[in-house]
Design a protein around this ligand. Structure first.
Ligand SMILES: Cc1ncc(COP(=O)(O)O)c(C=O)c1O
Length: 443
């Protein structure tokens, strides 16, 4: 890699409080990433590693895309910032017009945010407010799912289902509840693609409808493929069943597609991939290839039109962020979208489907591998925890992978994979051969 400054190592590590980090452990052996090109990162020692996670499920078109960089620079030289509160600049409208056709009808309107967490909180607020506008203000309950990750805002955390994230922050939002998760290794371990068993788990929503009453429930939010909890794929038929229960009970269905949108599953969205259309869809991450923070919440015509027909001509939805529709983010997003379109990257995961799933599943039988979950281009290899030392084995395997030239993320004892969509078949082979060696070397 060229033009990388290796002299950036900080004098002190005290001022910056790192997110989701064991900071004291990090300080014992800090690792600094200083450059990125294509499929690879380079650290401050000059070691290059293949990026097996697309950053954090976000650099879908690969690193250092000059077209995006140039668009950002060009935008900064024309209009660095203008807000969108009762005001407008063309870039947000133009970007929205280009984005919306990629998502299934009737999701024809997008509200811009700056992150996945903001997208989720925005979606939950749209749901609550929509019912209120329609005179159904009793619909205030928000339903999530166990093991779900919806970001770290209070809304997303409240419908989220990861105990470690939830337990430090008190009671969270009142009136939330959770349906059962879909992870069922006894029936579905080592599935190729979607698991066969578990569509009936969607009926757990019916249980909550029967418990609370449909007229109290505003929305259900799920990740179509759960990512940050450890990659859990929806059983065949599960999402459609959720859709049907929502429709029958006047409940809005929200798909949190912060990870799955923008090509991760071989289509612009999981909704398109699975043929199940929600009422609201949250996105972020791949929307700008992670170059500039941005998110977008897509809503149906029915929801948008309901707000636009409020009699009072004032603000229809009292919500927004200083940087909603930031011109630089829009420029980055537009250039990103052009890359996705021209390189046909939303179809890339399907092209790699057999290589991806076969190579991943070839790790079955390696020592300590207790499950593999794979769907192009996402997946997880779950390892048996060491007795009395949960999460250690996963951490050690990930460390060995890094030394072997592949940066793999472990969520506890589960190794998770979501490489940039530009990955080649040879790189897939290389990635999992390094993983195999690391797993074999780590008991
Ligand atoms: C499904 C989902 N929703 C929301 C978020 C939160 O996104 P952010 O970290 O941009 O706030 C994430 C992040 O990984 C996610 O995976």
């Amino acid at each position: 890699m060229t033009s990388i400054d290796h002299n950036l190592i900080p004098d002190s590590l005290d001022s910056y409080w790192m997110p989701f980090t064991a900071s004291r452990k990090f300080r014992e052996a800090p690792r600094f990433i200083v450059g990125a090109r294509g499929m690879h990162y380079e650290d401050s020692t000059g070691h290059q590693v293949l990026d097996a996670s697309a950053g954090l499920w976000c650099v879908n078109a690969g690193h250092y895309r000059e077209r995006i960089n140039d668009a950002i620079a060009a935008q900064l030289s024309k209009l660095d910032f203008a807000h969108s509160f009762n005001s407008g600049h063309p870039h947000a409208f133009n970007f929205a017009n280009r984005l919306v056709p990629h998502f299934p009808a009737p999701l024809n309107h997008v509200f811009f945010t700056n992150s996945g967490s903001e997208s989720v909180d925005t979606a939950l607020k749209i749901a609550l407010s929509y019912h209120q506008v329609r005179g159904q203000g009793s619909r205030q309950r928000l339903i999530g799912r166990e093991k779900a990750y919806h970001g770290m805002g209070f809304g997303g955390l409240s419908v989220g289902g990861l105990v470690k994230n939830r337990q430090s922050f008190g009671m969270l939002l009142p009136g939330t509840d959770h349906i059962r998760h879909t992870h069922d290794p006894e029936r579905n371990a080592f599935s190729r693609g979607l698991p066969k068993h578990g569509a009936e788990l969607a009926d757990d929503l019916q249980r909550l409808v029967d418990l609370h009453g449909a007229a109290t429930i505003a929305a259900v939010i799920v990740e179509p493929v759960a990512g940050a909890g450890g990659v859990f794929l929806p059983p065949e038929g599960y999402l459609q069943r959720l859709r049907d229960i929502c429709t029958a009970n006047g409940i809005l269905l929200i798909f949190d597609e912060v990870i799955t949108a923008f090509g991760r599953l071989g289509a612009a969205s999981a909704a398109e991939k699975f043929g199940v259309v929600p009422d609201i869809m949250t996105t972020a991450k791949g929307i700008t290839n992670a170059t500039v923070p941005m998110g977008g919440v897509f809503v149906s015509d029915e929801i948008y039109d309901t707000f636009m027909s409020i009699e009072d001509p004032g603000v229809e939805f009292s919500h927004g962020y200083t940087y909603s529709g930031h011109p630089v983010a829009c420029a980055a997003g537009l250039a990103t979208l052009e890359i996705y379109e021209e390189e046909n990257l939303f179809a890339r995961a399907d092209e790699l489907a057999d290589t991806w799933m076969d190579t991943m599943l070839s790790l079955q039988g390696e020592p300590g591998v207790i499950d593999i979950r794979t769907l192009p281009l996402i997946g997880a290899v779950e390892l048996a925890p060491r007795p009395g030392a949960p999460m250690q084995r996963g951490t050690d395997v990930a460390k060995r992978c890094y030394e072997g030239g592949v940066w793999v993320r472990n969520i506890g004892d589960t190794l998770v994979f979501s490489p940039p969509l530009i990955i080649s078949e040879e790189e897939i082979a290389q990635l999992f051969s390094v993983v195999r060696a690391a797993v074999q070397a780590t008991s």
